[in-house]
Design a protein around this ligand. Structure first.
Ligand code: PLP
Length: 303
């Protein structure tokens, strides 16, 4: 498998050079000139949805799935008139990539409710505001996948509509901090009812008796774009999948555990709350899927 060597810190937008360009409203501007007004409703009320899209060799990974998810989230928030259509997304990505042709990057795209005098229900408002920029990104490489990551569980204290990808991310930020202070890379949200929901920024998959299980897609979790890729691979490889509720105690009695997301791709979880999963190393189903996921992912641009 040919995967670009990582030249900077794993999984980091921050470590890469700052973007130089952004799509802001209706066109490209210098990143340093890109501005959001202080009465932007995304900034003041969290009235805003976003997407993070992998871009490999200029090709967005599963772009239509991301656009569909932004449309349904924006519709739920009442700002869907501002979502660019698919061909506009392609134009925006192509224009940004032409200026900053990173081999591996993520597009951060956000749609806010636009600017209005600060009232919950403003008398009038500007149209929704869309911006996007491309960041160089170091996706996990095979050596990192072979090691896997540790995760901790945290109580899910988010609002009830986790199926909408809004920027109200404070609980996720605090959960990531809790994970980092415990020496782990991901936090897994568990509901008050004891059922596992999802990672702070990933979908959770459990493997038992070679069946790949993930919690059902309801309001409790974000419908992951990577999940579709995982399920498609399972189908190709003849691996059985199931949507099934998982309890906290199930997590401690699994053969294998992994997460999937745009930025972590498919990553084994080898420790949970300090205890090993299975043998404490990535399991065979997970490694098989991770290998094929990487091939599929990098193959998009023909490395
Ligand atoms: C809460 C949450 N769940 C799941 C995911 C995985 O979604 P995707 O596969 O579309 O990246 C993310 C991604 O950021 C997330 O923030």
């Amino acid at each position: 498998m040919e995967v670009p060597a990582s030249s900077y810190t794993k999984g980091s937008m921050e470590a890469a050079a700052s973007p130089r360009w952004a799509w802001c409203g209706e066109g490209i501007v210098a990143f340093s000139e890109a501005r959001v007004p202080i009465e932007d409703r995304g900034l003041q009320f969290g009235e805003s949805v976003y997407e993070v899209i992998a871009v490999v060799g200029g090709e967005p990974f599963r772009l239509p799935d991301h656009v569909d998810r932004m449309i349904s989230g924006a519709r739920a928030v009442g700002i869907d008139s501002g979502v660019p259509d698919l061909s506009k997304w392609k134009t925006i990505i192509a224009q940004l990539y032409r200026r900053e042709p990173h081999r591996a990057a993520v597009l951060y795209a956000q749609l806010t409710g636009g600017t209005a005098p600060r009232r919950h229900l403003p008398p009038q408002r500007h149209p929704p505001f869309f911006f996007a920029y491309l960041c160089q990104y170091a996706f996990p490489v095979p050596a990192e996948i072979a090691r896997g990551i540790a995760a901790v569980t945290v109580p899910d204290n988010r609002w009830q509509h986790r199926d909408i990808k809004t920027t109200m991310l404070l609980p996720a930020v605090l959960a990531k901090k809790a994970a980092a202070s415990a020496g782990a890379e991901e936090a897994i949200f568990v509901g008050q009812d004891g059922y596992v929901n999802e990672g702070a920024s990933s979908t959770v998959f459990a493997v038992r008796d070679r069946v790949v299980m993930t919690p059902p897609v309801t309001q409790r979790v974000l419908p992951g774009v990577s999940t579709k890729a995982v399920h498609a691979l399972c189908e190709q490889l003849g691996i059985q999948t199931a949507y099934c509720p998982l309890t906290l105690s199930d997590l401690h009695h699994l053969d294998e555990l992994f997460i999937a997301s745009t930025t972590s791709l498919l990553m084994p979880v080898v420790r949970i709350d300090g205890n090993p999963i299975g043998s404490g190393t990535p399991g065979s189903v997970t490694l098989q899927l991770a290998y094929h996921f990487q091939r599929h992912f990098w193959g998009q641009a023909g490395p």
